[in-house]
Design a protein around this ligand. Sequence first.
Ligand code: THU
Length: 188
Amino acid sequence: MVFTMPPHAERLILPAQDSPASHLSTAHGDLVVPPVRLPERAVEVETVRLAELVHAAREAAVAAYAPFSKFRVGAALVMGDDPEGEIIPGSNVENSSYGGTVCAERTAIFSASARGFRRLRWLAVSTVATLGAELRDRSPCGICRQVIREFADGETLVLCDNGAPGVLAEVFDIERLLPSGFRFAPEA
Ligand code: THU
């Protein structure tokens, strides 16, 4: 079988993260800092499609309903099990109760799930007010990371719109986005 790269695909290296565990023995039992062991991996990225996706996330932010925080966030995703490869948008929807607010990433993922899709391939997220700021001011919140994990697999890539000239996005796979993310694995 001949391996052919998809059109416009280029190779991106996600670098290894490797640090040992550390322990502190105490009278109450050990305190354990778990090791980080992520091998380097290469992923094929269809750069034209990823650029489209970041653009779509920026556009989705325009539709945000954010009267309370005024912080508009847009997301755009493609599901791996969607034969059409459609770009599905989402934006944050705030609520008077505050607690009823849903983030842009989850809005997009729930929309994809409601269409019957389950495998997240690419997700881009874009803020408006904080483009160019530190990653923590632009990247998915903890709840969204866990929801992303629910539909993520080895092919999933998450892109954070960066906004700096000449930079398309920061890129994460699920292990780098949410190390040791919760897994509910009840016995069958
Ligand atoms: N928000 C998102 O849409 N995505 C995130 O990952 C973080 C926060 C929204 C929620 C709320 O409407 C506003 O940003 C301020 O937190």
